[in-house]
Design a protein around this ligand. Sequence first.
Ligand code: B12
Ligand code: SF4
Length: 507
Amino acid sequence: MARIAIIKPLYRMTLTVAQLCGELVAAGHEPLVVFFKKQQLVPLTEFDPAVYDSGDVPMRGFFIGKNGLTVSDTAAWKRVQKGEMNKLINLLKEFKPDAIGFSSLSNSMTLCADMTAELRKHFNVPFLWGGTGPTLEPDRSMESADLVCVGEGEEVIVEIGDRLDRGESLNGIAGTWSRLPDGSIEKNPKRPVSDLEKIAVPNWDDKHYAFINGPFFFHPFKAGSRLEDTSYQIMTQRGCPFSCSFCVESVYQRDFGKKDSLRRMSPQKAIRELVHARDVLGYTSVTFMDDVFTVNPRWLDEFLPLYKEKVGLPFFCYTYPTTHTPELLRKLKDAGCMAMAMGVQSGSERILHDVYERKTNIARIVKSAQDIVDSGIHATFDMIPMTQFDREEDLQSTFELLLQIPKEMDASFWGEMAYFPNYPIMDKFKDEQLLASSGKLDFSVYEYYFKMFELTRTAMPVEQIKAIAADPRYRADHNLLNEFMRDEFHIVPSYGTLIAEAQAKLS
Ligand code: B12
Ligand code: SF4
């Protein structure tokens, strides 16, 4: 039995580590997952770099209220304190790991490098890195790690455990890069993507988890989503039929092949996990974290009646403008779908097609939004209304789209594009024609449009909003719009809350 610690800097993304924890336990190994620190939202006006770390990739969201617009870092954290590191070191000393892993997104790569360097002073064990960040930047990861998992890790983590048990070297494992005894780096062949029918059920047993943040230290720790969200989160599917330039799915398709990337577990396997979540873990709603839940109507035709019969909990899922029909929405609603979110991202076909690589047309987005609202499912949509490629016409187009999206549908997130390393969107910066035609807009232009966007979500009649849009006084001074703004703007609402709100409206 190998003892493997996995550190997940910045609490959440619990599914990733619960999956790895499930694999290790099922294979007879002993995992300890440590959530180290917590990500938080910090308004830029309060962002003191001596106190907060923004990570390697800044991520920003916008709040619009009566006092105007607030820009916040949505993924910052308080800088690591010595006491937090000491707690981690003591916990690991007690656990006596045979290997120490890090699971990282792109924004916490430097944090992981600093932590690895510090932990190496205390532990003479292999350091394993995995996750989206190391998969995107394996060479950078190898500057700190002894082994990097490139891609999916279910089989890799078990093979590592088995080899540690047998006292064998960790070189030569498919799907990893590792350091050879002479110090050089070995780049092993890629591993085929995981068969979702064979992977373990995520393990949420408190005893395998710990949490360290500031003065807080918990072990055992309730890692399940219930701490922040009342809803059980599951992914029945991996991959996506689309290839948006700002999303990791397009990277996985490019680097690991598109052919087998879109996979789903059998309806029966998903149902077993959900029945356990309801009966043993005590959850009262479900969030399907599948990138686009509404693909594969044949699977849904089998799954939804089974779900209704055997699970019967209200649920949330994601959709895409071209993947649902009124008929499918009816079936989803009948099975318990209370709330869903649809990616819209922009109202400019130029941005959607040339920058985001989302070949949807605007009329289709409007129809899809209306269909969800007509179905009676509570709906929200996501937008990325700020990039390095915008012209004012693009913002105007987004405003015009928002005027057509039913008011019952709220925006869950207004964000600035986050530029992750090696994503296809980074190639757009090499497209001189595209760059030459980009506006490099002043932030005050965004402030005006973001407030106009928000206005479309208020109860104000569309004709009145159009009159304001036509009035040059507001364009000259966007602060005049503040009086129309709502007090609070939602950002990344909790799924459990969305479901509960939708239920409350019904009753
Ligand atoms: C579901 C999800 C969420 C959910 C998570 C719910 C939950 N309970 O876990 C929520 C909504 C909370 C969320 C939040 C965020 N997310 Co998110 N999320 C995803 C999504 C759709 C799936 C991730 C997932 O769980 N996959 C299934 C698990 C089992 O697989 P995995 O994570 O890929 O890990 C595998 C391998 O990487 C490997 N592995 C991972 N770690 C390790 C460690 C070791 C040692 C080894 C050997 C292997 C290994 O094995 C795993 C199993 O195969 C991805 C997109 C995607 N399709 O991947 C985005 C994604 C991960 N999210 C992203 C972002 C930016 C965020 C936020 C920072 C957003 C924000 N501004 O707040 C936060 C981060 C929160 C935090 N501090 O952790 C980005 C990350 C981009 C990047 N390059 O870093 C992604 C890739 C989407 C994108 N834009 O491309 N997210
Ligand atoms: S539709 Fe969503 S999950 Fe699929 S590639 Fe686009 S952003 Fe990613």
